[in-house]
Design a protein around this ligand. Structure first.
Ligand code: C2E
Ligand code: MG
Ligand code: MG
Length: 706
């Protein structure tokens, strides 16, 4: 706007030109008075037209500007000083830009040029939008850079190899792990490298990828061409790499490469654990059954094999007395010894706590299997030394021959198990072949086992008594209590049939307690010089309360201890067991007599007789049976009787059935006899067991004559 009343046409023209300029415009004289301006100038700074006039000082305009709220972060003086300095230093005519903050947060850019005739010609442009849009671009760029940086960090820091291919199968980008996993040289990592080139290099390095090289390349191409997901395993230099190819929309793909060697090893270890026993490292039941199953077809064709079920004897005692840590060490040594008895083609497994199985894939016949079973019982029967402990166990072995005893895994395992059962029943540390009919025998045994659990409650036990006759006294001195079981369906069952089972299951403890109480009570009904003998099982001594049980039976019945005899067998003294001997001594100290029953049948070590001061030795009846045929039986009887005399022990001959036997033992100086010649075991009577032996016919049954 050109101020002044008179306007020339030229001035009007200038005015119009000024107003048409799309930015603010003003001119300052050399001494900083306003010369001219246009409307944009007023609008930009919000100056009311009436307050701007020609000749106004820069100072006045700046103050007005401050009043309008412009450059709020500077005082008018500061602004003025800076502005003037800027104009003055750039007087040379160079354009300089000054940014001002005006009210409303807008940014105005000024450019000035000094013209010597006119002064400073200044243009003012609102650049708020321009700046804003360029800032957005800058920000986007920055964000993109950040994102790329982050992506780069992620891509190179994940363990997996990652690479991207375009639709033509050319490498676009790959990360460091990719190069590392495959040991790829730098030249193959450049973008543009073809997948074919990379794979060719890897195959040259010895990579395996299932199938041959061409087939693999074809497969990769097909998967890419069809845009499908693909997955395969590469093997290179002992490493296992999982490759997965994920299609992209543009026809290219991203592949991931993961070194799964450790994972595979772990899996292999887990698979191994699932099929092996952790303690001995031997195959377990699962593995064993699978191996068995794998030879079934050969067995059906008549191929011979043998299955051995091996069970340790007395292993529970090791655990109970020495603890599980020692037990474990014994098992490890057992496994090693068993392995030593096997051949390359055999399969040995641990299938339970102290149970092992052995598959002999190649045998000519039962003799081969027997030889190995023999080796096993010997190897395990040899004492073990574990942490300074001498451990004596044994092994019982059951053998099933294939295909004679079955050609399926199930049958063979079952039959070998039945044979094992028999080997155990045969006194352990031995082996037994499967025989037809074993099944029924086992069934019978199981019935007994089940019935035994109920027998006490059902009152199915009763005692019978067999007299022992003193030869010097010529009368009955004692009655031996013998148990009978009246089974509801099977009739009376002999103790020989159920006592061993009661011992194995531990039920003998309760049954024995009942026998003791019952025998003492019955004996109380007899004349006071008749004793009662009660058989005690070795298993009963394992019960710490045995002594108390005996005392209780005596107290309850009122029977004096001197009228009680306890019969034990040699097996009790097999293990030199301090607590057992202590119990025996305590019982004997009460006045109870202790007899050694069935002497000569077991281990027949005369040293047992020295380990405890027995009151009586009962010579087993097998010697009487053989008396007439075998001369050495008489010699043994003679020796035992002699020994008994010298040790101050009574000797009793069991199983006297004939007058000849009686005469023979009497002649040797035997003190006491027992047998059918006098009386079989009979039901107890209240008042008159037989006391006087009839001279030739034996003793009358202790039945009540009344
Ligand atoms: P044992 O203690 O040696 O008992 C003697 C066995 O010999 C009895 O058999 C008896 O009937 C039999 N016997 C007696 N005289 C003769 C004879 O002249 N000839 C023949 N051939 N045999 C004769 P039983 O009653 O069948 O008992 C067998 C075994 O069962 C007993 O042998 C004993 O070891 C055990 N037993 C019996 N009752 C009990 C019991 O209450 N507790 C325990 N732990 N064992 C018992
Ligand atoms: Mg006896
Ligand atoms: Mg006996």
């Amino acid at each position: 706007m050109i101020a002044g009343a008179a306007r020339a046409d030229g001035a009007l023209l200038l005015d119009a030109a000024l107003e048409s300029i799309p930015y603010g415009f003003c001119v300052w004289s050399a001494d900083f008075h306003l010369v001219m301006w246009n409307k944009h100038y007023l609008d930009i700074y919000g100056f009311p037209a009436r307050r701007i006039e020609k000749g106004m000082t820069l100072e006045a305009v700046v103050r007005l500007s401050a009043e309008m709220g412009n450059h709020p972060d500077q005082t008018p003086e500061e602004f003025l000083a800076a502005y003037k300095a800027d104009l003055l230093t750039n007087r040379s005519g160079l354009r300089a830009k000054v940014r001002e903050l005006v009210d409303g947060g807008r940014t105005i850019e000024t450019a000035h040029v000094y013209s010597p005739g006119l002064g400073w010609v200044v243009t003012h442009e609102d650049v708020t939008e321009e700046i804003a849009s360029s800032e957005i671009v800058q920000r986007r760029k920055w964000e993109l850079e950040q994102q790329n940086l982050r992506l780069n960090a992620v891509v190179n820091n994940i363990g997996q190899g990652l690479c991207m291919y375009d639709a033509r199968g050319r490498l676009v980008v790959c990360n460091a792990p990719y190069a590392r996993i495959y040991g790829l040289p730098e030249r193959l990592l450049q973008s543009g490298t073809s997948l074919e080139d990379i794979l060719a290099h890897l195959f040259d390095q010895g990579m395996k990828a299932g199938g041959d090289r061409d087939a693999y390349l074809r497969w990769r191409r097909d998967v890419s061409a069809r845009g499908e997901f693909g997955k395969t395993i590469h093997e290179l230099n002992g490493r296992i790499i999982l490759m997965q190819q994920h299609p992209m929309k543009d026809g290219g793909w991203v592949s991931t490469h993961e070194d799964i060697t450790e994972q595979r090893q772990q899996e292999a270890r887990i698979a191994h654990l699932a099929r092996h026993d952790a303690l001995t490292e031997l195959p377990n039941r699962i593995q064993f059954l699978e191996e068995m199953a794998s030879i079934e077809p050969a067995l059906t064709r008549g191929h011979q094999a043998a299955v051995l079920c091996i069970d340790l004897d007395h292993f529970k005692d090791v655990n109970d007395t020495l603890g599980h840590a020692i037990g474990d060490k014994v098992l490890k040594q057992v496994a090693a010894r068993l392995l030593g008895t096997t051949r390359e083609t055999d399969e040995l497994a641990r299938i339970g706590g102290d149970e092992f199985s052995l598959l002999l894939r190649q045998v000519a016949g039962p003799a081969d299997a027997a030889a190995i079973a023999e080796r096993i019982t010997q190897a395990i029967g040899t004492p073990f030394n574990v942490d300074g402990h001498q451990v004596v166990i044994g092994a019982s072995v059951g053998i099933a021959m294939a295909p004679a005893d079955g050609d399926t895994t199930d049958q063979l395992m079952k039959n070998a198990d039945l044979a094992l059962y028999r080997a155990k029943a045969d006194g352990r540390s031995t082996f037994h072949f499967f025989e037809r009919g074993m099944d029924e025998a086992i069934q019978h045994r199981r019935t007994i086992e089940a019935g035994l659990r109920l027998a006490l409650a059902r009152n199915e036990f009763r005692l019978v008594f067999q007299p022992l006759v003193g030869l010097k006294e010529d009368r009955v001195t004692c009655f031996e209590a013998l148990i009978r079981w009246d089974h509801a369906e099977r009739g009376t069952i002999s103790p020989a049939d159920f006592i061993p089972i009661a011992e194995e299951t531990g039920m003998i403890v309760q049954i024995g307690e009942w026998v003791l109480r019952e025998a003492c009570q019955v004996a109380m009904t007899w004349p006071t010089d008749a004793r009662v003998a009660v058989n005690l099982s070795t298993v009963q001594f394992k019960n710490k309360r045995l002594f108390e049980t005996v005392v209780a039976a005596l107290e309850e019945s009122g029977l004096p201890p001197t009228r009680l005899e306890l019969e034990i067998t040699e097996s009790l003294l097999l293990a030199d067991n301090e607590p057992t001997l202590a119990t025996l001594h305590k019982l004997r100290a009460l006045g109870i007599r202790i007899s050694m029953d069935d002497f000569g049948t077991g281990y027949s070590s005369l040293s047992y007789l020295r380990s405890f001061p027995f009151d009586k030795i009962k010579i087993d009846r097998s010697f009487m049976r053989d008396l007439e045929q075998k001369g050495d039986s008489l010699a043994i009887i003679k020796a035992v009787i002699g020994l008994g005399h010298s040790l101050g022990m009574t000797t009793t001959a069991e199983g006297i059935e004939t007058e000849e036997q009686l005469a023979a033992v009497r002649e040797q100086g035997c003190n006491e006899v027992q047998g059918f010649l006098f009386s079989p075991p009979v039901a107890p009577t209240r008042s008159s067991p037989c006391f006087a032996r009839k001279k030739t016919t034996g003793c009358a049954a202790p039945s009540d004559p009344h």
